[in-house]
Design a protein around this ligand. Structure first.
Ligand code: LLP
Length: 424
């Protein structure tokens, strides 16, 4: 018997055992230990295919926002599938190159690029700097002139659209640090066009993350197009339009539009306004990898309490920081279905913080030693993992059909102490 879980068609119970693609997750945990991130290659490619379907027949490029999951083998999957990359640091650029990606397919976002990072990206030959302030234009110009290069630039505009998501991940509203204010955009473009080390190539926006409705995107498209009209009327051509990332995934019965449905609607709007044949770019992160991954953990102890029962697992806030940071919800399910009455638990990790919880008030039928899967853990989990409490970061595996590839070894204490020194 097969029953599929929400979020990913590649994750299902077969005869009571949770499988990702054709791999029984208990077997992977037995082989590689826990906590363990397990990703499905087919799930990533199928998420990408939805965008590719949406853009069929258009001039469009998907730049995977690799902050969501920057593990080399994950980047390799997307590089081989023809994606470019949206990076936010020099380190991310090095990862792209190490994974077989090419600098010409890279765009560089972020509010605080250093001069060294600008030089590194110029020398590598990236395709565009997504500039986030007028001050950054001046510094990038200086760096480019000093290197004898011209920096291709797009300005990230802040369309002042409410994406109706968590305040920490909404980025397109007035009053947050991202982008150039709508009202200052024309001036900023005129300034950019006057600088000898810069070449204006595009415009971009990114309004937030885990967006589950189409409307904020339609608003953002309209506002960006209004700006393009203004900027081009001032004699500055805009070659590409980049609408950022942000499409949400199903964590807990969320119903974001499918990527192709979203783009059918946005392309219709672009066509209506006469911009349908422009070079388009997007920067999705979460929607490409979020539902492609799970984190496996073992139940260490059950601890009944007067007001709460605790289920203490071996994964913690250092592996899965989203609940502690955003009160985010991740489903937690057993790898092997146990019959019998369960209880309601707070599922927590071993880290010495009350904020170290992974799920609250979850009905589970479990015993110590059981294995659990924390779902929708492909995005913003491993890439945000830390060594807090001197916990080594988890191992990662990539599943491809029935094949299991170890893509990152479990971090050892020696790995963690490398580079540290005693005094004297
Ligand atoms: N482009 C830019 C400029 C971004 O800042 C981001 C994400 C993306 C693209 C990709 O957005 P996505 O498609 O993944 O929503 N750690 C948070 C999410 C932070 C998102 C930051 N920016 C979380 O775990 O919910």
């Amino acid at each position: 018997m097969t029953s599929t879980l929400p979020g990913s068609p590649f994750l299902a119970y077969r005869d009571g055992a949770l499988h990702l693609e054709d791999v029984r997750l208990q077997d992977v945990a037995a082989q590689h230990g826990t906590p363990l991130f397990v990703y499905s290659k087919a799930a990533m490619l199928s998420a990408l295919a939805a965008y590719q379907r949406g853009f069929q027949g258009r001039r469009a490029k998907v730049h995977y926002a690799m902050k969501a999951n920057s593990s080399l083998a994950v980047l390799q999957v997307f590089a081989n599938a023809g994606c470019g990359f949206d990076i936010v640091s020099g380190g991310e650029l090095e990862r792209v190159l190490a994974a077989g990606g090419q600098a010409k397919d890279v765009i560089f976002s972020g509010v605080g690029k250093t001069r060294a990072e600008m030089r590194q990206a110029l020398t590598a030959g990236i395709s565009c700097f997504n500039v986030e302030s007028e001050a950054e234009l001046d510094v990038l110009n200086e760096v480019a002139v000093a290197c004898g290069k011209t920096a291709p630039v797009s300005l990230r505009v802040n369309p002042n659209v409410d994406p109706k998501t968590h305040p920490y991940i909404s980025t397109g509203l007035k009053g947050n640090k991202f982008g150039v204010a709508h009202e200052r955009t024309l001036q900023a473009y005129q300034h950019a066009a006057s600088l000898p080390g810069l070449k204006v190539v595009g415009i971009d926006c990114h309004i937030g993350s885990q967006i589950t409705t189409i409307e904020p995107y339609v608003d953002a498209v309209d506002k960006v197009l209004d700006l393009v009209v203004q900027i081009e009327a001032a004699g500055i051509p805009i070659h590409h339009l980049d609408f950022g990332g942000g499409l949400g995934i199903d964590y807990n019965g969320d119903t974001p539009p499918a990527a192709d449905a979203l783009w059918a609607r946005l392309l219709a709007r672009l066509d209506e306004r006469g911009f349908g044949d422009r070079q388009l770019m997007i920067e999705p992160g979460r929607s490409l990898v979020g539902n492609a991954g799970v984190c496996l953990a073992e139940v260490q102890f059950l601890k009944p309490g007067e007001t709460k029962n605790f289920c203490i697992i071996d994964a913690a806030m250092n592996d899965l920081p989203r609940p502690a940071m955003y009160e985010a919800f991740h489903q937690i399910v057993p790898l092997s279905v146990r019959t019998g009455a369960g209880a309601v638990y707070d599922v927590v990790g071993p880290v010495c913080e009350s904020g170290d919880w992974i799920g609250r008030d979850r009905s589970l039928s479990v015993q110590a030693g059981d294995l659990l899967a924390v779902l929708s853990a492909g995005a913003y989990c491993m890439s945000m993992a830390s060594n807090y409490n001197t916990r080594g970061r988890a191992a990662e595996v990539l599943v491809d059909g029935a094949t299991v590839h170890l893509i990152r070894q479990r971090e050892t204490v020696q790995d963690q102490m490398r580079g540290e020194q005693l005094v004297g």
